[in-house]
Write a new protein. Sequence first.
Length: 291
Amino acid sequence: MRLIVGYLATPSGDDGLALGVRLARTLGAALDLCMVLPHDRLGTVGGFDQFLADQAQQWLDEAAATVPDDIEVATHVSFGESFAEGLIEESARLGAEAIVVGAAGDGLIGRYSVGSVTGELLHSSPVPLALAPRGTRHSTAQRVREVTCALGRRQGADLLLATAVRASAAAGTPLRLVSLVALDPAFGTLRDDAESTRDRAIAHARQTLDAAKAELPEGFPVESTIVDGPSVEAAVNKLDWHDGDLIMVGSSRLSAPRRLFLGSTAAKMLRVLEVPMVVVPREQLGEEDLP
C-alpha cells in the first residue's frame, strides 16, 4: 500500500507529513512525498524549471529525513498545470490508495481551511483524501487511536463503510459508527412539532446504523451512536475526541462517479473538528479510470 503526501515546505505541509506518517505506520504503508511545480511559462533557456526542481528536491530530502526509519519513504518532483492535478496524476502513476494534505495555514475556520488546492482535490480526487488540521505536526500520536465513520441518512455508503472497516482493522481498534441528526433549517424541517421531527430523524438514523452494522464481518468490534443538536456543528461537538482519532466521511451524492465532492454536512463538520478527516469517493476507482 502506498500513500501520497502532497508536500509543501510550510507548516501546513508539515501537518500533512505528520498525518501521512501516522497513517503509514497504522496501515503498514509506504509514503511518497510529492511536490508539483508549475512549468516555466517564460521559456527561459537553461531553465528556471531546473532551478525549481532542485530546490523542491532539497525540501523533499529534508522532509524525508524526518520520517521515522520504520516507514518506507520516497520523494517525487513533477510539473503540472496545478498542484492538485499533479497529485492526482502521481496517485495514478504510483498506484497510491490515498492522498494526504495539510490544511491551509491561514485558515479562519477552526483548524481547517479549504484553500484552492484542497478545494480542487475535494472536487476531483478519484481516491480518498486525508485532511490534516492545523497543528497536526505537534501531535504526539504515533498511530491512529480510533476510527469514526460518519454515516448519512441516504443510501450509497457501502464503500465508505468498507474503507472504514479496513482502516479500523489495520489500526486494531473498534470502529465507531456515528449518525448526526441536525435539526437546523438546512435539513428541511417538517410541518410538524419539533419533538416529532426529532423523533423521526433519530429513528431513521438508528435504522441507518443498524443496517450498517448488519453489513460488518461477524464479530467485528463496533460501537454506534446517534448525536443530535440544533446544527451539525452542535451535534459534532457532543462527540468525544482524542489525539490520534480520525473521522471518515463519504463524498456528496452530487459528486461525479469515482470523484470527490465535499457535501454541506462534511463542510460544516470541518468548522469544529480538531481531528483529521478522510473523505471517501462514492465509487471505487477502476482500471478504466487510470491514464
